[in-house]
Design a protein around this ligand. Structure first.
Ligand SMILES: [Zn+2]
Length: 460
């Protein structure tokens, strides 16, 4: 029972689920304001988090406070223009986001809202930046249109473009599926037919989800017998782990546990080259995060439930850039909430990762190989400014290195040599995201490394 309580307490202040998934109601709470008081100018991590072996209620409260302060300290690093270790884009710190939110919620005037977004332009991710120019341009020609009107005006053409792109990709998956064994091929083709019917039906209101589609495909690739075996294994694991706790052992609890375990196993499964090709193709399906038409379709069709759509759209424009606390080793894999396991990452990448192993995250974001050293380089600079402890940086790098089997490992010699030489290597003004030819070549090599690391990981 205690374990569930702790989970609840920790999740209450979990920034990673706050502004992106919720309806943007992450107003600064009293708790949040309190957190600002006990910390000095330099981020230190000396505060101990109480052990939770046999916790009393007081222990739990203390622990929650300590975790909050720790999270807040980690997030504060984003104040110093820190690039995301995954996508390399500048992260927006929580205070700036809250200030922005307050301003946006105080007006319904589209020009004012656009001005507030404009003030934070350097934090916009590429799709949001494009969207911002579209809004500006359309407002110039149609001064009476709201941002929502602009999205709705663009909806028909964007929807056509999206369906075109989707059908092209589904067609290619269909062709790739010809290399699969007959029964798997049939299942993949059935899934494609089903999805085709859905996206061509204009009456269809439920949105297509790339994540669900990919999960369905992966699901097909796990042999039926293996799946049943695993379910049995996870069920026993659950019953062994949490014996005799009255009331907690409901059917739903077991189901949720098995599903979470299953999802994790599926994301770490080693697929055959033919299956891999299909999954990679499915990853090309457009989503709001990387395709302007998908963005327009998603937010033009969204039900805003009586809220002001323009305000919601404005918050969405910046919520992806928000700095969040990332567990390098995911909590789901028993990664601890302690300084050496906590990194700063943009909300978009944090949400995209879920509870994936870091190896999986690198394989989906090969640019991490170049962005991670930039992130670490910037942390070294922040240390040079006297704003963060050295041990936090070295320990964090160690966690990244261990978790990624040595694939991510930054050169921290700059920490010892006072400033200059080594640090210049990581110029933060180059937050470029378009990979060069060399970077792409390195990324291909990386893929092979990842495969072997995955194998090691599966053995553990
Ligand atoms: Zn990012």
């Amino acid at each position: 029972m205690q374990i569930f309580k702790i989970g609840f307490l920790l999740n209450r202040n979990n920034y990673r689920t706050s502004p992106v998934n919720s309806n943007y109601n992450n107003k600064p709470t009293d708790n949040y304001n309190l957190l600002k008081q006990p910390v000095g100018d330099t981020v230190t991590f000396s505060g101990k988090i109480p052990s939770i072996v046999t916790p009393t209620m007081e222990d739990l409260i203390n622990r929650t406070k300590a975790v909050d302060i720790l999270r807040y300290n980690v997030l504060r690093l984003a104040k110093y223009d820190l690039p995301c270790p995954v996508c390399g884009r500048l992260m927006l710190d929580v205070d700036k986001f809250n200030e922005f939110e307050n301003k946006v919620l105080s007006t319904t005037n589209p020009d004012e809202i656009l001005n507030f977004i404009g003030e934070l332009k350097k934090y916009l991710h590429p799709i949001e930046k494009k969207m911002y120019s579209i809004f500006r341009e359309e407002r110039y020609f149609h001064p009476d249109w709201s941002l929502y009107d602009i999205l709705k005006y663009n909806l028909p053409s964007s929807e056509k473009k999206i369906v075109q792109t989707q059908s092209k990709i589904f067609g290619e998956i269909g062709i790739l599926s010809r290399d699969l064994p007959p029964d798997t091929r049939k299942e993949v083709q059935n899934l494609i037919n089903e999805t085709f019917t859905r996206i061509f039906d204009t009456r269809e209101t439920s949105r297509f989800s790339r994540r669900i589609f990919i999960n369905k495909i992966k699901d097909i690739f796990i042999p039926e017998g293996v799946r049943q075996n695993l379910e049995e294994v996870f069920k026993n694991e659950y019953l062994k782990d949490k014996p005799n706790s009255k009331g907690a052992k409901t059917f739903e609890d077991i189901r949720a546990f098995i599903e979470e375990k299953m999802e994790y196993t599926i994301s770490n499964w080693i697929y055959t080259p033919e299956q891999d090709k299909i999954i990679e193709k499915a990853v090309e399906l457009p989503i709001a995060r990387n395709n302007i038409d998908a963005f327009i379709v998603k937010y033009a069709k969204r039900d805003y439930k009586g809220a002001n759509p323009d305000q919601k759209i404005a918050l969405r424009m910046l919520s992806n850039s928000l700095a969040t606390v990332e567990h390098i080793k995911p909590q789901f894999r028993k990664g601890a909430t302690e300084p050496k396991n906590l990194a700063v990452e943009c909300a978009a990448d944090n949400n995209g990762r879920g509870s994936e192993h870091i190896i999986e995250q690198i394989s989906e974001n090969p640019s991490m190989l170049f962005n991670y050293p930039k992130y670490m380089g910037r942390l070294c600079k922040i240390h040079g400014m006297g704003k963060v402890e050295k041990s936090y940086i070295t320990q964090q790098n160690k966690t990244f290195r261990d978790e990624s089997f040595g694939i991510l490992n930054a050169d921290l010699s700059g920490l010892r040599q006072t400033k200059k030489k080594k640090l210049n290597k990581f110029k933060s003004d180059d937050l470029g995201i378009t990979p060069t030819k060399n970077e792409r070549r390195a990324a291909r090599k990386l893929k092979l490394k990842i495969k072997s690391a995955k194998r090691k990981n599966n053995k553990i």
